[in-house]
Write a protein that binds this ligand. Sequence first.
Ligand SMILES: Nc1nc2c(c(=O)[nH]1)N[C@H]1C(S)=C(S)[C@@H](COP(=O)(O)O)O[C@H]1N2
Ligand SMILES: [Mo]
Length: 197
Amino acid sequence: MGIFSPGFGGKRRSDVPGLPPGQYLTESFPVLSAGATPRVSLDEWEFSISTESGVRHRWSWQDLLALPIEDVTTDIHCVTSWSKFGTAWRGVSLDTLLADVETTAEFSMAYSYGGYTTNVPLADLRGGKAWIAFEFDGVPLEPQHGGPARLLVPHLYFWKSAKWVHGLNLLTEDGPGFWEQNGYHMRGDPFLEQRYW
Ligand SMILES: Nc1nc2c(c(=O)[nH]1)N[C@H]1C(S)=C(S)[C@@H](COP(=O)(O)O)O[C@H]1N2
Ligand SMILES: [Mo]
């Protein structure tokens, strides 16, 4: 007759609105980094977007801060099963950065200082769904969490939110980044449980 355990007093995970399947809630902010934390000074910091036709758009730290800045409060979901509700960020929308970028590419590869990469469909970076974030909880983003700036794509699993982001390559064909080469999903929608492929 199945393995129901009516005596278990915990709140079923599926009862928490907004919590994707297989996730649990945490109040802490775990640090997950595949390597050492790179240190990037704001003087040398640069973000660029390179198109499929080889055009490169570049922003210095000052260029970035001169763009419209948005406050974002959002839930985040790590593939290792923790989710955190209501995280508060400040950054520049990818819509703003992509506004003058001529492209018909459908894919992108985000790359970071330190060598991390992750592929993200361009549609997931547009439409008010992705930011270059440089503040968390009202203070400059800590180096361990990706400061000076990280990609923030909160509707996908958090490994897509590249810390210490350095640029985006826009691509006509999809390819795997660091974790995707190791079996993580090419898109990574937590509500569809796209963990591995
Ligand atoms: N550059 C870089 N970005 C990264 C990672 C990494 O190892 N290097 N880890 C990813 C993973 S697996 C997760 S869950 C989140 C963790 O972000 P946090 O350390 O701020 O919690 O960053 C993602 N971005
Ligand atoms: Mo992760």
